[in-house]
Design a protein around this ligand. Structure first.
Ligand code: 3PG
Length: 187
């Protein structure tokens, strides 16, 4: 199964909100706002001291069909944390061999990140065809995604970083974009 079954999660969640919690007090309000907007997933970044407790809280109060994912996964230890927390998916800004191997072995659906053609080739070589393009606005924007559709027809992207209300729909209309990610949904 490609990337431990990430495809249906990305397919059914065209907008992935990337959220950094500074306190667990923020979790309930954000969750309600997302559900109100018709968003049924969240990517909680592992960037703050409040991250692990926020993931736990989110999992305990979210509806059963809501996908609680974790982002900014950059180490073996963080993959272990995701396994302990039984999160629904993991996102990494990169796709180094070790992180892809750890994520693969975890059994949890995962989405690694790329920024260049060389990284896309390497990620494909590691069996990954669903890739976060990060930071999208620096990695070449829509023009890059258009070029990649010819060069890497089997790859579907999740552009993240510089995606917002003004460009997300245009991106979703592109054949090789499966979903988009960003913080605009909770701002
Ligand atoms: C991040 O790293 O915080 C995400 O990529 C979101 O980026 P954005 O704030 O540009 O949406």
């Amino acid at each position: 199964m490609i990337q431990n079954g990430i495809e249906p999660i990305l397919q059914s969640n065209s907008r992935i909100p990337v959220v950094t919690f500074n306190s667990t007090d923020e979790v309930e309000t954000i969750l309600q706002r997302l559900i109100y907007q018709g968003v049924n997933c969240i990517e909680i970044t592992l960037r703050t001291d409040a991250a692990v407790a926020s993931i736990k809280k989110c999992k305990s109060i979210a509806p059963p069909d809501f996908n609680v994912g974790v982002g900014t996964v950059i180490s073996k230890e963080q993959v272990k944390i995701c396994m302990d927390l039984q999160v629904d998916f993991m996102v990494s800004p990169g796709s180094s061999a070790f992180i892809v191997e750890e994520m693969q072995n975890s059994g949890i659906p995962y989405l690694p990140g790329v920024m260049t053609p060389t990284e896309i080739i390497a990620a494909r070589g590691r069996g990954c065809n669903f890739l976060k393009l990060f930071p999208f606005n620096i990695a070449g924007g829509e023009k890059a995604i258009k070029s990649y559709s010819k060069v890497f027809p089997s790859v579907k992207f999740c552009p993240t970083g510089g995606v917002g209300k003004n460009n997300f729909q245009d991106l979703l209309d592109m054949d090789n974009v499966i979903c988009v990610g960003g913080s605009w949904l909770v701002k």
